[in-house]
Design a protein around this ligand. Structure first.
Ligand code: SLL
Length: 256
């Protein structure tokens, strides 16, 4: 029998990925209304999970999304297996949508839940409502993060490799071209995953990281210096105050 293979993980590394959960709603145009749209439906809407523009392909880490919509809809648990991770529907009222994120198998990570309120009616301040009226679009979206703690070796390769910038490789994604890599948080001195030298495409390199670390170290040294100066001044002031108190005591014959 083959030995059980344990999944190797990158110790002390956490990789964060930003994403957006949002919805858009618009009034249904009577002239383009489909014949099978229920008569009480007044709005078209869409709910989506995507990455902010310029980020690597979402499919690098996200495999599948289920949107659990209001129970009266037909087939209320909608499964989307490829980017763009979104569904489009019609309706008359807003409700909470349960959004379940399933990660790629390399992640060996449990799915995560999020909740998003499907906002159909205009909301917000005067300026926002004016924009919603002029564009005939009510958008409500939020930035969120997933954190992959101690990713598996295979997943780490995906999250730091070049393939994530190739939008076609693992399904379609929004955004284009190369982008800054995901935020990598390491508990070590530097980031082993950065290339040696920066290039026009990638300003993040070990050489620039070293410069930054040096800048931080010298800033810390300066702060220490200022603190010592401040402490000395403080001690002097206290000493002067003590002297004043003593001389006042001598004059008035009391001790303070
Ligand atoms: C609630 N806000 O949470 C209400 C429910 C349901 C909206 C709103 C049509 C659904 C369908 C639709 O827009 N429902 O045709 O099945 O109680």
């Amino acid at each position: 029998m083959p030995a059980a293979t344990s999944i190797k993980r990158k110790k002390g590394i956490r990789i964060e990925r930003p994403f957006i959960i949002g919805s858009e709603a618009w009034p249904l145009d009577p002239s383009t209304r489909k014949s099978d749209t229920p008569p009480d439906h007044t709005k078209g809407w869409r709910i989506y999970v995507r990455v902010p523009d310029g980020q690597p392909a979402i499919s690098t880490w996200l495999k599948k999304v289920t949107f659990k919509i209001f129970h009266t809809y037909e087939n209320p648990s909608r499964v989307v297996e490829n980017a763009p991770f979104e569904i489009t529907e019609t309706g008359w009222g807003g409700f909470n949508v349960d959004v379940r994120l399933f990660f790629v198998s390399e992640a060996s990570a449990k799915p995560e839940w999020r909740s998003h309120y499907l906002q159909l009616e205009p909301y917000g301040g005067e300026e926002l409502q004016a924009k919603q009226a002029s564009t005939q679009m009510v958008r409500s979206d939020f930035l969120d993060f997933v954190e992959f703690n101690e990713p598996t070796d295979a997943f780490y390769e995906l999250l730091t490799g070049d393939e994530q910038f190739d939008q076609g490789r693992r399904g379609r994604g929004k955004g284009k071209g190369k982008a800054k890599a995901a935020k990598i948080v390491s508990n070590g001195e530097g980031s082993v995953e950065l290339p040696e030298k920066e290039t026009p495409d990638n300003p993040f390199a070990r050489s620039s990281e070293k410069q930054l670390l040096e800048m931080l170290a010298s800033a810390e040294a300066k702060i220490d210096e200022l603190l010592v100066e401040e402490k000395t001044k403080n001690e002097q002031t206290l000493e002067e105050l003590g002297e004043l108190r003593r001389s006042l005591g001598q004059v008035e014959g009391i001790s303070l």
